[in-house]
Design a protein around this ligand. Structure first.
Ligand SMILES: [Zn+2]
Length: 399
């Protein structure tokens, strides 16, 4: 197996390069191209692969195969010597996030002794997992401050190659487990890590390091963050969202949370008042219905159908009718599916739970209740009238 020379090891800012095609191999939907050297970064250590072009052909993916780097293309280049061009916007964004991660992980270690156990560079945010679920909000804030101080100081980020024995005596935050020469990345006076990734050359180029979210689970704390251009775009989006919220409330940005809380309270108060009014209305309607209801076996039977959206009102009305003496309410609510509410004055003769059970047994649906109140649902709308007829007919056989 050949070894692909990795040009980004020495120069992370190399955007264009020339290389020789060593071999190609076909695979489903494309071809793998192996070069003598490359500036393309293959997916590794939580950092996604580069994109760009080789001989003008789009590079879909870049993967490590042992010591080699495979470039996945849609077709083979027609020449032996090819020009590679890195998608620099994407790569530089990755360099900002990745170098930011070095600084942030070192800051967590210095501020609270927390070790980073994993790193993922995502499309929106990146995450690190810390080896503790007891990282306090104040510690998070202090760590973010420390990390950004290192950015503001614009410290050099240096790369050197050391024999593994020497490298592992250097107090690396992230030790090396391989033999041979180790690539050591140093944020001057702050962090030493064995790392094969791509980094900016000075910490100032990371731009702002902004923590976005903190979650804890199973002994770990997951910290989501954005750096540089992402931090700028995220701040711009946050500002737009908050500005729109403030516009809707006709207020300043700072007053938005207070106004949301105030309006939520007003909404709860209005809901309470609305329910009270509905109950009052149900009482009035119930009285009217009870007065005009026909008597059967010494009871006044109120029978009524409601529109689908009046389910709540129907239930209130059933209870309100039952407050009157010798009353029985058999109420149906239209809709798909339809529902039933049966209620009666306390201690009435028929058992309404039983009445409902028999009705549902005949017409389908589910439900239940007690002697004086029962409710069911899941009936066919076109059988609702028939179901009420049936329930009413059962009342006549009650002795
Ligand atoms: Zn790195």
């Amino acid at each position: 197996m050949a070894i692909t020379e990795r040009l980004y090891y020495a120069d992370c800012y190399l955007r264009e390069f020339q290389a020789r095609v060593i071999r190609t191999s076909s695979e489903a939907g494309g071809v793998r191209v192996f070069l003598d050297r490359t500036a393309f970064y293959p997916e590794s250590g939580g950092q996604p692969a580069d994109q760009g072009t080789l001989a003008g052909i789009a590079v879909l993916d870049v993967v490590e195969e042992g010591e080699e780097v495979a470039h996945v293309l849609t077709e083979s280049p027609s020449t032996e010597v090819v020009q590679g061009i890195i998608d620099w916007r994407r790569r530089f964004d990755h360099m900002q996030q990745h170098t930011g991660q070095h600084v942030l992980s070192a800051a967590f270690e210095k501020a609270g002794g927390y070790k980073t156990v994993s790193f993922h560079l995502g499309t929106e945010t990146s995450t690190i997992d810390l080896d503790s679920d007891r990282v306090g909000a104040k510690q998070i804030e202090e760590t973010e401050e420390l990390a950004n101080e290192i950015v503001f100081e614009n410290r050099p980020v240096q790369i050197s190659f050391r024999p593994s024995a020497e490298a592992n005596q250097m107090d690396l935050r992230k030790p090396a487990f391989r033999e041979g020469d180790i690539r050591v990345v140093e944020v001057e006076g702050f962090d030493l890590s064995a790392c094969g990734g791509t980094h900016v050359i000075q910490t100032g180029a990371i731009g702002l390091i902004s923590i976005r979210k903190v979650d804890t689970s199973k002994g770990l704390t997951r910290v989501a963050f954005v750096c540089g251009g992402r931090a700028l775009r995220r701040a711009r989006r946050d500002f737009a969202i908050l500005t729109e919220a403030a516009r809707q409330f006709s207020t300043g940005l700072e007053n938005v949370p207070e106004l949301i809380a105030k309006q939520a309270q007003e909404l709860r108060d209005a809901e309470r008042l609305r329910n009270k009014l509905l109950e009052d209305l149900a009482e009035l309607e119930a009285l009217e219905l009870w007065r005009s209801a026909p008597e059967r076996n010494g009871s006044r039977v109120v029978r009524r159908l409601f529109a689908a959206e009046d389910g709540k009102k129907a239930k209130m009305l059933a209870h309100a009718v039952a407050k009157h003496p010798s009353a029985i309410a058999l109420l149906g609510v239209r809709g798909k599916p339809a529902g039933l509410f049966f209620a009666q004055s306390p201690g009435g003769k028929p058992n309404l739970a039983e009445l409902l059970k028999q009705t549902l047994a005949k017409f389908g649906g589910k439900g239940g209740g007690a002697h004086d109140f029962a409710q069911g649902g899941g009936l066919r709308e076109d059988q609702l009238e028939e179901a009420l007829d049936f329930a009413e007919s059962l009342l006549r056989v009650v002795p």
